[in-house]
Design a protein around this ligand. Structure first.
Ligand SMILES: N[C@@H](CCC(=O)N[C@@H](CS)C(=O)NCC(=O)O)C(=O)O
Length: 225
């Protein structure tokens, strides 16, 4: 089984299924295709039906879309606990995961994942306030019910979906409730997340359109690929 990912520093969608594979101890190989690297689009189009990463290749199965990959892993390894075992909780976890997958556009557009960076005060809070309030509500309600530290107690697929959101809160020092801050800390304490983060910090590549200076028109210089 092989997961194709992009740059660890920037590729929030790659991080999600990678965390599930790593945290649940599922053996896999990985292949990295650099965002903006030379011939990136041509390379990834040959490997991914959508021309995007992540993609999981498992024999004849070619699974694209982060959430579909997590579902595939749950199908293949039902005993791992990738989703909560209780049907009602599982439905709630999938709802929250799907809400993340299809939502929070303002946060995603204005505060791209950039794990190695620290940019406090650079994101206009008004622009992301509505997304943050909803995220705080989801995290607050679920951790209160489960007792934390993750949304359903133990780490599960829904936490993998929200991990890059947690990273944006830290990178841009976005103001959130204490409960949400605790959740961000829990994600950063997860061994699998630490492993990804350490590797992300070693990456030399800069992707301009994910850099806040470029987004905000303060610099337009492409550095590396
Ligand atoms: N909905 C997709 C999003 C995948 C996605 O946008 N991946 C980015 C990398 S994080 C990508 O491949 N971008 C390249 C492009 O859009 O050309 C998922 O959940 O996997």
């Amino acid at each position: 089984m092989k997961l194709i990912i992009a740059n660890r520093n920037y590729s929030s969608w790659s991080l999600r299924p990678w965390l599930v594979l790593k945290h649940f101890g599922i053996p896999f190989d990985e292949e990295q295709v650099l965002l903006n690297g030379e011939g990136w689009k041509e390379i990834i189009r040959k490997k991914s039906p959508s021309g995007k990463v992540p993609v999981l290749i498992d024999g004849d199965a070619v699974v694209h879309e982060s959430l579909a990959i997590i579902e595939y892993l749950h199908d293949k390894y039902p005993a791992k606990g990738i989703w909560p075992s209780n049907r009602i909780e599982r439905a709630a976890a999938r709802s929250a995961a799907a809400e993340m997958h299809g939502g929070f556009g303002a946060l995603r557009d204005t505060a791209p994942m950039n794990l190695r960076a620290s940019h406090p005060g650079r994101v206009d809070f008004e622009v992301v306030a509505a997304d943050l309030r909803r995220i705080e509500q989801i995290w607050g309600d679920l951790t209160q019910r489960s007792g934390g530290p993750f949304l359903f107690g133990n780490f599960s697929g829904v936490d993998a979906m929200y991990a890059p959101v947690a990273s944006r809160i830290r990178t841009y020092a976005l103001p959130v409730s204490d409960a949400a801050q605790d959740y961000v800390d829990a994600i950063y304490d997860l061994p699998a997340f630490k492993e990804w983060l350490a590797a992300a910090k070693q990456e030399p590549w800069v992707v301009d359109h994910d850099e806040i200076d470029v987004i905000q028109g303060k610099s337009g210089t492409a550095v590396g690929a």
